[in-house]
Design a protein around this ligand. Structure first.
Ligand SMILES: Cc1cc2nc3c(=O)[nH]c(=O)nc-3n(C[C@H](O)[C@H](O)[C@H](O)COP(=O)(O)O)c2cc1C
Length: 454
């Protein structure tokens, strides 16, 4: 052992330096942790998560609700996304700030899933003086009551003492400008300068592979079964989803925009199939989109198409018994569901209405094969123009009311696809008769009664 004091001094100095270094590291770590804690406490204290509530019929409002929550999150603002069906007065009273995204359906009506909230909460004024809200109202100006439900929600909130954060933003037919305006408001709330990217998916090129007239000789307008093959990358979709086709400008007229059709096939078919009715205006002119798709477009021609996710009409689990009800070209969406049931090894009951058995039994061979294989547990069809006819799909429900009840007792979901006028109201009243008003409302609110009507 050395007794050289200089060496002792060096050793002590080195140890002190090492201890000081460790102390510095520990101190800096503690300070960083304290800062992070303060930041997170400040965030939590400063803003309870913003409530983002949606009332959606076909899924657009729901999609925007999730994008809204994501945009807030990007600015460090927490968000809680809730359907109107899961919301009550207390939720609003205690929310602090709420962003409400609501669509309008029917004739100025609330989406099905919001019916319960309307009944429970909106009948009377509540004390919502602690609530500040922003409203995005989705609608379409071609309807008489543009954004009818959005306006009803806005009026009720104001009457209840809630304070608007900004004027309601109205969206006409998905108008991108109005949605950008909403994003701008979100950026203000989230304190971010740049808008998140909400651009809808671009149109993909698809080639017309086949087109078949499915109802030659029908007393109704011609209906065509079209199949498209992807000319580029094929998107994924589920039964119930919608194809948006970009209709090009023609004859010096401006492009009429996109048209929506229920998809009648599944991605595993390798083709996107549609059932399109040729529309004629009173003056005999063909519908712009249906005329182009069923008459002008040639085999091999390309169209721009994109898939719109229609969550409100996605199928239930394979274990849930399924009743499918529809008329006319509404069978397109139901066919995609039947294909999905077939591949899941599940069955379904189809009730379908058209004009004549001889000419309008759409997809008859396929339905017979599904009956034989058990995918169709039961098939009921009504043909209104047949001898002794005058029977519509809703009459099938009335005749089979006891069976409909038994299926619903076993947990069945009821999906309706087809025309808004006549069919959907008729089917609704027949279901009300069969199940009782309260029961049908309960099915509606719990997502067991779903409609895709147009
Ligand atoms: C059957 C049906 C009825 C509609 N009725 C109205 C209406 O009365 N007033 C309106 O402004 N928009 C109406 N719309 C347009 C929708 O509000 C609009 O398409 C909205 O973007 C749908 O949002 P969602 O997918 O969240 O339900 C209707 C749409 C459909 C399909």
């Amino acid at each position: 052992m050395t007794l050289d004091p200089a060496r002792w001094l060096w050793a002590a100095g080195a140890i002190l330096l090492w201890l000081a270094l460790i102390a510095l590291i520990v101190w800096r770590e503690r300070r960083a942790r304290a800062r992070a804690r303060a930041r997170s406490e400040a965030m939590a204290g400063d803003s309870e998560a913003v409530l983002v509530a949606f009332a959606s019929q076909t899924g657009f409002a729901e999609e925007l609700a999730w994008m809204t929550a994501k945009a807030l999150g990007q600015g460090g603002v927490g968000a809680r996304v809730l359907s109107f069906s899961d919301m009550d007065i207390e939720t609003l009273k205690t929310a602090g700030r709420a962003l409400l995204i609501v669509s309008t359906t029917g004739e100025g009506d609330p989406p099905d899933a919001a019916a319960g909230f309307v009944r429970r909460a909106m009948g009377c004024n509540a004390d919502l003086s602690d609530l500040r809200f922003g409203l995005l109202a989705l609608g379409d100006r071609s309807y008489d009551r543009f954004c009818g439900f959005g306006h009803a929600v806005d009026g009720w909130l104001r009457r209840s003492g809630a304070e608007p954060l900004f004027d309601p933003v109205e969206v006409d037919d998905g108008d991108a400008g109005a949605i950008r305006h909403w994003q701008h408001q979100l950026n203000q709330i989230a304190g971010v300068a740049s808008a998140p990217d909400w651009t809808p998916p671009a149109y993909e090129p698809w080639r017309l592979a086949s087109r078949t007239l499915v109802n030659p000789g029908s007393p109704g307008a011609e209906a065509y079964h079209l199949a498209f093959e992807p000319a580029g990358p094929a998107p994924d979709w589920s039964a119930g989803d919608i194809a948006e086709i970009g209709v090009p400008a023609r004859d010096g007229q401006p492009a009429p925009g996109a048209r929506e059709y229920s998809i009648a096939s599944l991605p595993e078919d390798g083709r996107l199939e549609l059932l399109i009715r040729l529309m004629r205006r009173p003056d005999g002119q063909l519908g712009l989109a249906s005329g182009w798709l069923t008459q002008t477009l040639a085999l091999g021609d390309e169209v721009g198409m994109r898939v719109r996710v229609n969550r409100g009409f996605h199928g239930p689990s394979a274990e849930t018994p399924l009743i499918l009800i529809g008329n006319g070209t509404g069978i397109a969406g139901l066919r995609a569901h039947l294909k999905a049931r077939a591949s899941a090894g599940a069955g379904a009951w189809l009730l379908f209405g058209e004009r004549t058995r001889a000419h309008d039994a759409f997809f008859d061979a396929e339905l017979q094969a599904w009956l034989a294989s058990g995918v169709l547990t039961r098939l009921d069809r009504a043909f209104s123009r047949d001898a002794g006819g005058g029977r519509y799909v809703q009459d099938l429900i009335s005749s089979a009311a006891a069976d409909v009840r038994a299926w619903v007792d076993r947990g069945a979901a009821v999906y309706v696809c087809g025309s808004l006028e006549g069919m959907s109201q008729g089917v609704n009243s027949a279901l009300q008769q069969a199940l009782g008003e309260a029961r049908l409302l309960e099915l509606l609110e719990t997502g067991r009664y779903r409609r895709d009507v147009y």
